[in-house]
Design a protein around this ligand. Sequence first.
Ligand SMILES: [Zn+2]
Length: 278
Amino acid sequence: MAASMVTSSSSDSDENGQKSHQKSKSLQRKWCYMHITSIRHEEMQDFTRTRWNSYRDSLRRWLELKGECRDVAENYKHCVDLEFESIPEDAAFHPTSYCRFIDKTAMAKMERRIFLFPKGHLQKAAELKDDHSILMHIKDKDCVAIEVQYHKSCYQQYTKFLSKPARPEKEQNEPMFDVSYNLFCERIIRQRLLVNQEVLKMDQLRKTFIELVKSSEGLDASNYRQDTLKKRLTCDFPQLVFHTPAKRNICELVFAETVDGNTCGHATFSIRSRNHTV
Ligand SMILES: [Zn+2]
């Protein structure tokens, strides 16, 4: 097919650089390659090299996102790999559409939103951790609307336990002392670690557990292993942090993760009102 349309300027100088008269000739055959809004009487423009490349960059970015621009991008994704030299003959744009399509702020905003999509996870994690500081902000609300923001790594850290198996594999032939365990969780874990925010040593926890089994069930739990207890607690209380100090002679410490950050680099979240920017 004969190319009736020739983008006359092959120079890179764009920005209004081509208000060519001969353009009108081919106008009827042109398409806005990023038409988003209904533009009434806006003249279409030809791509320059620079604009074509920005367009392709934006295409690439929008394809990872959602929304109206993404839908548009979907229709033109074949253009991502097209160099300016092989630009489709009918490619053009409305300046208004162009502005919206390459709007980096809009993309960034959408990128942030995308990140909020696994709200279900966040809420579930917060519920399991009984984390009211998070829950009060997100429960039954649209996370996008309140702009919950977080670092990717923090989010992963915070919700990591959800992807772990629900229960540690049952230890073979090992008595679980469920009655005492529940008591232990109530008195020690909930009351001291979560409510009082105490920091306790892991071996101390085990000792307390063994004593509790003795006093409440009259049984001997002295063979109950520390790592069994730890596994069980990790599973039932995802908000607990097990911290092994660098010094070898200091026992593993157990405390509750706090949302406003702590020195160990655990989850930190910030929940901001709508007008804040990252
Ligand atoms: Zn348009």
